[in-house]
Design a binder for this molecule. Sequence first.
Ligand code: ACO
Length: 163
Amino acid sequence: LTFRYVENDGTPDNNMWLISLKNTISKQLPNMPKEYIARLVMDRRHRSCAIVAKSGTVLGGITYRPFHAQGFGEIAFCAVTAMEQVKGFGTRLMNHTKTYARERDHLTHFLTYADNNAVGYFAKQGFTKEITLERKRWVGWIKDYDGGTLMECVINPKLPYTD
Ligand code: ACO
């Protein structure tokens, strides 16, 4: 099992990973329009971290958009395939994504609109409903999304999230 950092750089390999990831996310978020998921996952400004099984199957992933000047990233999607949920993959996935976001994108915070059923998961990953990021750094930069709870996670500059 590997955690693979993927962005749409036009290479056939990354394209293939992103298409597989988009399909995995769509299955887990049936209420989200497929076209919307495809658009964001394939968008060149977004980055993804995919969980890839030995067989090459994408078991889940996180897609986020870094706002470099603002220092934060917005997590658009986070999903683990149904068969593999509650086995700890979601936690490992988030830890790898934090490491990537810190090292490659120099982000200090993640923001996300968590679905109500996923608030518990995000809380366990260090997300809070209290937003400490200065309002002027994020208001107007991320899209307001009805039916979700805005949550924030501070990315520690030193903590080894992954071993
Ligand atoms: N509610 C409350 N707690 C949860 C939930 C949940 N829905 N899902 C997992 N947890 C808890 C687990 O019990 C576990 O707790 P523990 O550490 O005390 O044992 C901890 O969170 C981590 O669990 P993992 O096994 O690492 O998480 P998992 O691999 O199941 O992934 C995820 C969690 C991504 C939410 C998965 O269940 C999923 O894909 N769900 C369907 C799609 C979804 O709702 N995605 C989030 C939408 S919001 C967004 O994308 C911005």
